[in-house]
Design a protein around this ligand. Structure first.
Ligand SMILES: Nc1ncnc2c1ncn2[C@@H]1O[C@H](COP(=O)(O)OP(=O)(O)O)[C@@H](O)[C@H]1O
Ligand SMILES: [Mg+2]
Length: 256
């Protein structure tokens, strides 16, 4: 088992046992994300993507296997701020300003936000929200709220960043703009990133490796390396090599 700063799941099995039929959410899942790498997890609804992420965050138990997040057990990594997380619905507190939403993880860790004013300002700048420090979430567009959510996930300077469909609610044009932003932010942060997504083009644009999963039981079927140089630009979306790669991912996804 690796003990580096990456994300490592070894032979992880998880079955939900309820009143109805058992659901084998993950069968023998292996995942290795090298330190500083960007991995996309893609697969049909119900293939266990969110389960894998919740396990990696220490929010869900697993039956067998081993998990290490930057060398720590998952719950310890989350509790100590080694891990940052951004979810689909930006999940901001509506009564808190942009700056105070971004500061929230510091408060959860028992740190004094007043001592981190510089970091908060820097992140607001990084996600392009300068001037909106005192705005409330209700005064922002969907894309801006997602950027607050990304900034919040970075405030503890996490070594590992988990994102579960962070731009799922946005239209394609906004999503592509956000992907360019996210790439820049991730490159500057140096963190190890794991992104859950439905979008083949989003996975191929952002990731170093695309991990394709199938459902029933949830499992990894193939890992596809993405060779494009960084920083990747919007023009990449129209490159033939990009389309060829997306086609390949689609074939694996649909089991051809
Ligand atoms: N808390 C739960 N209890 C029972 N079944 C669950 C629970 N969470 C998820 N599942 C089931 O486990 C499978 C994987 O779910 P999930 O990890 O959410 O998949 P994905 O994120 O890929 O859509 C699905 O069949 C889902 O219905
Ligand atoms: Mg999910």
């Amino acid at each position: 088992m690796h003990h580096d700063q990456g994300i490592h799941l070894r032979s992880v099995c998880k079955t939900y046992r309820g009143r109805g039929a058992d659901v084998e959410a993950l069968r023998d899942m292996n995942l290795d994300c090298a330190p500083g790498s960007f991995t996309a997890l893609i697969g049909p609804s119900g293939c266990g993507k969110s389960t894998a992420m919740r396990i990696a965050l220490g929010l869900e138990d697993y039956d067998t296997g081993e998990v290490r997040i930057a060398g720590h057990p998952p719950a310890a990594a989350t509790a100590s701020g080694v891990t940052g997380v951004a979810f689909q619905d930006a999940a901001l507190l509506p009564w808190r300003t942009v700056a105070r939403n971004i500061a929230l993880p510091l408060e959860v860790l028992g740190r004094d936000p007043a001592k981190h004013g510089h970091e908060i300002a820097k992140l607001i700048d990084l996600v392009g929200l300068k001037g909106y420090e005192t705005a409330l979430p209700g005064q922002l567009s969907g894309g801006m709220r997602q950027r607050v959510s990304i900034a919040r996930s970075l405030i503890t300077e996490p070594e590992v960043l988990f994102m579960d469909e962070p731009f799922g609610a946005l239209d394609q044009i906004r999503r592509r703009q956000m992907n360019v932003e996210l790439q820049r932010i991730w490159m500057e942060s140096g963190s190890t990133a794991l992104l859950v997504t439905h979008g083949i083009d989003e996975a191929a644009f952002l990731a170093d490796y695309v991990v394709v999963m199938h459902a029933n039981p949830g499992r990894v079927v193939e890992i596809i390396e993405v060779p494009f140089e960084r920083p990747r630009r919007n023009e990449l979306y129209s490159a033939p090599a990009f389309h060829a790669l997306c086609d390949r991912i689609a074939k694996v996804l649909h089991g051809e």
